[in-house]
Design a protein around this ligand. Structure first.
Ligand code: SAH
Length: 450
């Protein structure tokens, strides 16, 4: 009998998917059950039947797992940000470890054993950046899972405590001066997003994304926000007049203070502007980079190439221990930030940053006969292209350090690199996103002659 949407079953959950869902096989189909843990006996309702999988929700847990805990956030499962609040942190880390292990085995065909994931000391309020959508009401909060409906939220446990007060101050100012929120359907109204970036000392840079400027009553907004959070260092506007899901616009205006925030990471100082990429969990980022650096095995003389270098965070960590580092990044502003960050930290003489596509520039470097000792790659989720892999192989580095935010594309790329003679020898996973469905992995690969 085939499964039907709306049908109910009583099932024993057999395993966990990488994003925290429970898994059970029913009528030859793989069913992902929201909010159910391995080992649990649950009453479930089939919600959606897709081509390769089926999704269900757990209506009642008849026999709960020992790993089950009461979610501590009232918005949990409605907002879609967190996925692991119904289980202990240890259980979450094991799900994440299995996800990496399974990908390496099934997709990569590798037999490397993934050790326990480096868990975070702080599992709440670890995020240093947030973009709250603003919608008519005004509602300031999060999109409900898989929708464009904005839910107002009293607090988000992943964000610094003062964010709630800043949201309230913005809401109060909008109401008092009748400043309209952006309405997606009509492409009208003004306030689109509230963006906040906070550093390790609790200083915050605030950016308001508006459809148009000048912003009426901006003086009153500045006073209200500064009164609410004395640790603000700047308030800027970003103008985005496009019908788009992209949050930030391309032009900026300072309303008050500075348009950047200073952050320290691994003993280095970085200047962050609103659009520059920076890992959202500073403490765990230090753990991740520490592993990457260890895998790079530098002694002070080496030439290292850092592809997908962003604002140069990994490059500069490498530069302190290497002879010379070349960073490659596609976003021009990030490259400029990287150069300034090198100067700030007295490492400009040892580093060079170039702007362009990693694949094309890696090919260029290979053609120029560059032979780095170590190649570091930290690509976006889609992984590295075949072009990058071929150029990497041509350059013939002794070691490759692959930092990845997606175990599936990592495993695919490792398989390919292995065919060219690079053997993955060490793997570590780091939990950069406690309670959320992501995991970072670092792999060390060695060339055959190394
Ligand atoms: N290593 C940095 C950034 C990692 S995020 C850090 O840890 O902070 C991935 C980076 O790759 C982003 O900065 C993104 O802009 C860049 N990127 C994306 N596609 C690229 C491409 N084709 N070529 C070069 N860089 C790219």
């Amino acid at each position: 009998m085939a499964l039907q949407e709306g049908a109910q079953y009583t099932v024993r959950i057999t395993s966990a998917a990488g994003d925290g869902d429970g898994i059970v096989r029913l009528e030859d189909a793989v069913v992902f059950v929201h909010d159910a843990l391995p080992g649990e006996l649950a009453e479930i309702t089939i919600e959606h039947i897709g081509h390769n999988a089926v999704w269900a929700r757990a209506d009642r847990i008849l026999e709960p797992s020992e790993a089950r805990i009461e979610p501590d956030c009232p918005q949990y499962t409605r907002c879609g940000g967190c996925r692991f609040r119904h289980m202990t942190y240890d259980a979450e880390l094991e799900v994440k470890r299995r996800r990496v292990q399974d990908a390496l085995q099934r997709i990569g065909g590798l037999s490397l054993t993934v050790p326990p994931v480096h868990g975070a000391v702080r599992q709440d309020r670890y995020r240093n950046k947030v973009q709250f959508p603003v919608a008519p009401g005004p509602r300031i909060g999060f999109f409900q899972e898989r929708t464009h409906k904005v839910t107002d939220i009293p607090d988000c446990l992943l964000q610094p405590e003062q964010d709630a007060a800043i949201r309230n101050a913005l809401r109060g100012w909008m109401k008092q001066h009748r400043i309209p929120a952006y309405d997606e359907r009509k492409h009208a109204g003004l306030i689109r997003h509230l963006y906040l970036r906070t550093n390790g000392q609790g200083q915050t840079l605030c950016c308001l994304v508006v459809r148009d400027w000048p912003l009426p009553h901006s003086k009153e907004l500045v006073s209200a926000l500064r009164e609410t959070d004395p640790n603000l260092v700047g308030i800027v506007l970003s103008r985005n007049d496009k019908r788009t899901n992209v949050v930030l616009g391309s032009s900026y205006q300072i309303l008050w203070g500075q348009d950047w925030l200073e952050e320290t990471l691994c003993g280095l100082s970085f200047r962050l502007s609103v659009p520059s990429f920076f890992q959202v969990n500073r403490d765990q980022c230090e753990v991740l980079y520490g592993i990457a650096l260890d895998f790079a095995g530098l002694t002070g003389k080496e030439l290292a190439v850092d592809l997908y270098c962003g604002i140069g965070t990994i490059s500069l960590c490498l530069a302190r221990k290497a002879g010379r580092v070349i960073g490659v990044e596609v976003i021009p502003e990030a490259v400029e930030d990287a150069k300034k960050n090198a100067q700030r930290n007295g490492l400009a003489g040892k580093t060079k940053f170039v702007c362009g596509d990693a694949g094309q520039l890696a090919e260029q470097l290979a053609r120029d006969g560059l032979q780095p000792d170590v190649l570091v790659v930290d690509p976006p989720r889609k992984g590295i292209s075949e072009g990058v892999i071929q150029a990497a192989v041509q350059m013939g580095p002794r070691r490759i350090v692959y930092v990845s935010c997606d175990p599936a594309t990592l495993a695919r790329d490792l398989k390919s690199l292995r065919q060219y003679g690079y053997e993955p020898v060490k793997v570590e996973a780091v939990d950069m996103f406690p309670r959320c469905a992501h995991v970072e992995t670092v792999v060390q690969l060695c060339g055959h002659e190394a």
